[in-house]
Design a protein around this ligand. Sequence first.
Ligand code: SF4
Length: 280
Amino acid sequence: MLIRYFDPWKGDLCTCPKKYSFNPYTGCEHKCVYCYITSYIPRGHEGRIKKNLLKTVMKEKKKLNPNIPISMSNSSDPYTPLEKTHKITRACLKILKDFKILIITKSDLVVRDADLLKNMRTSVSMTITTLDENLARKLEPHAPTPEKRLRAIHELIEKGIPVSCRIDPIIPGLNEDTKRIVKELSDIGVKHIVSSTFKPRYDSWKRFSSTFRDIAKELEELYFKKGSKHNNSYYLPRELRVKLMQQVKENCRHWGITFATCREGLPNEVTCDGSHLIKG
Ligand code: SF4
């Protein structure tokens, strides 16, 4: 099955509501330094097209519950650069137009599909980890700049499409000061923010520590001696995670934005994935 129940590593810390997960592409070309997909997808940062995808989606949709949202996508950006020419995500949206769709992306290309999204039961979740273009280039080398993402969020909101924002991951010493991001998001009308701390796996830690050598040295003890391990991901000590999430939450509260955490095992007042924003 290409569209199957979301199974976030059978994790005890996941607070996601029931949903399907569907990745229109295999692998993702944004090549984020902190990305975990390379731990379970071979050549995870090479985008590939799936064989007979559209035919399979047409067949599978007959078996789906239309009231359970389909999350697109959790193991590859549905607007990975390949989408610009191949338009596979767009074709899937057309096929799945009667379903609730949750888009998770770092790309402003999503605005191209606003004509479809505004007539669907949908919510777009845009990730912004920093407003610093240089830092973004290092963290997410092939993803659109933060400025482009902000513009895309604004355009989607203007068109009446519900948008939430992910400030994810928060990495101590790198992007933990979220005051400016939350203010910018509030200014353009974002009403819900989700955040999460960096939870490296073996290969993402390798990439991260060769890109951010000094910070990695400082974090090593926190992750691997004082922290904990859940489903192959390393977590910071709980009290530090709570503190980091509390900071984002306070910034959100200040600007009247709802807040939730992702895979932190902390209680949330609203959905962590923004699916409560889907109308209907
Ligand atoms: S956009 Fe998501 S899936 Fe793609 S490389 Fe970045 S973290 Fe990985």
